[in-house]
Write a protein that binds this ligand. Structure first.
Ligand code: PLP
Length: 393
């Protein structure tokens, strides 16, 4: 049987995940991997989760094993609404939240609900590669807007909006892959521009809680734009394996369509996980837990930046993250990070070359480095080895 002949155009035009491919190569324990996007496992609250597990089975019995409602556990949705109301001065209720199977599922649902084949979608340049993957399944036309130290390039944004795209996908805090954060001014300007267009604004924010200092940046659209969606996740603050993410929108009409799409996909997100996360959140000091993760990642980010200052040639540039899990390296023009990758692997170092984060880049001189999954000494060792390789090129 020739499977190729049976495949849909959708799957043929969807790229396989480059990261998942290279993670296999990087899983050799002798490799120092800056490639994955894994939270540090020492941040998982295992003891507390064990207590929650016992408590929810004893308290709620068969309910935690039964089918449940599509939009998600009301108590967990209320917790999320309360938290965002308090932090951002919003007025959200249970009906403004849908629990999803990771925020990754939210990306798929949004694409299913909004995009027909060839419809326009705006993404940052570069952007989260699994968002490109999720959207590609609906065969849209991508328009890209460059990301600068300030945020979106506003001229390019206006230009891209002339194509009447259905939505724009942004990651304003500690962006994956660049680690960049939109300034408050850029957020205001993007909001003013978006007011003129009937285009949904998606702010994907899995890293927002992980800001190294105590500043708080406002969302671009929430509370200001009628077609505004914020995506959140407990993957980086509790555990990713539970697969609990959420969609927030004040537009309940849009959420009803998203809920219908979710019914068709998985009926509902794992209800045991939902109870578990909710019980954990309501029986522990979540903010104190987040503070510990921030402290850990800040030290790791600093170790990476310090090592880069010490070991990288001056011609190599990099972003300084204010939070989150990644930074972005730009090599001198003409040096392909993709061709550097096998050489680095020989020296037992892994990273993600920039190409898969662009819609159509080849041999980009950029790479993404993750700093959350190695201790500061290992980070220094890995950056030293990478620096030697770069100096020899
Ligand atoms: C920008 C962005 N969006 C979404 C996700 C998916 O996260 P989740 O585990 O909530 O599905 C990630 C994970 O790395 C991410 O970086």
């Amino acid at each position: 049987m020739n499977i190729e002949n049976l495949l849909s155009d959708r799957i043929k035009s969807t790229p396989p995940s480059f990261v998942r491919g290279i993670l296999k190569a990087a899983s050799d324990p002798s490799v120092i991997s800056f490639a994955g996007g894994l939270p540090n496992p020492i941040s998982f609250p295992q003891e507390e989760m064990l207590e929650s597990m016992e408590r929810i089975v004893k308290t709620y019995g068969s309910t935690v094993f039964q089918y449940s409602i599509t939009a998600g556990l009301p108590e967990l949705r209320q917790y999320i609404a309360d938290r965002y109301n308090k932090k951002f001065g919003l007025n959200l209720g249970v009906d403004n939240i849908i629990i999803t199977t990771g925020s990754q599922q939210a990306l798929d649902l949004i694409a299913q609900v909004l995009l027909n084949k060839d419809d326009g979608v705006i993404v940052e340049k570069p952007t989260y590669l699994a968002a490109i993957q999720a959207f590609s399944l609906t065969q849209p036309t991508f328009y890209t807007v460059e990301l600068t130290e300030e945020g979106l390039n506003l001229e390019q944004l206006e230009e891209a909006l002339q194509h009447h795209p259905k939505f724009i996908y942004t990651i304003p805090n500690f962006q994956n892959p660049t680690g960049l954060t939109y300034s408050v001014e850029n957020r205001k300007q993007v909001c003013e521009i978006m007011k003129k267009y009937d285009t949904i604004l998606v702010e994907d924010d899995p890293y927002g809680e992980l800001r190294f200092d105590d500043q708080q940046f406002p969302y671009i659209g929430m509370g200001k734009l009628p077609g505004s969606i914020v995506l959140g996740s407990f993957s980086k603050t509790v555990t990713p394996g539970m697969r609990i993410g959420f969609i927030i929108s004040e537009n309940t009409e849009l959420l009803r369509y998203i809920s219908t799409a979710k019914e068709a996909v998985d009926l509902h997100t794992n209800i045991f996980s939902q109870y578990l996360i909710w019980d954990y959140l309501t029986h522990n000091d979540f903010d104190a837990h987040i503070a510990k993760i921030k402290k850990l990642y800040k030290a790791q980010a600093q170790a990476m930046v310090e090592a880069m200052k010490k070991y990288f040639p001056d011609t190599v540039k990099y972003t300084i993250p204010e939070g989150g899990m990644f930074l972005w390296v730009t090599l001198p023009e003409g040096i392909s990070a993709m061709s550097l990758f096998p050489k680095a692997l020989e020296k037992h170092i892994a990273f993600v070359p920039g190409d898969p984060f662009f819609i159509d880049a080849k041999d980009s001189n950029t790479m993404r480095l993750n700093y959350t999954n190695a201790d500061p000494e290992t980070i220094e060792d890995g950056i030293r080895r990478l620096g030697e390789l770069l100096k020899n090129m």
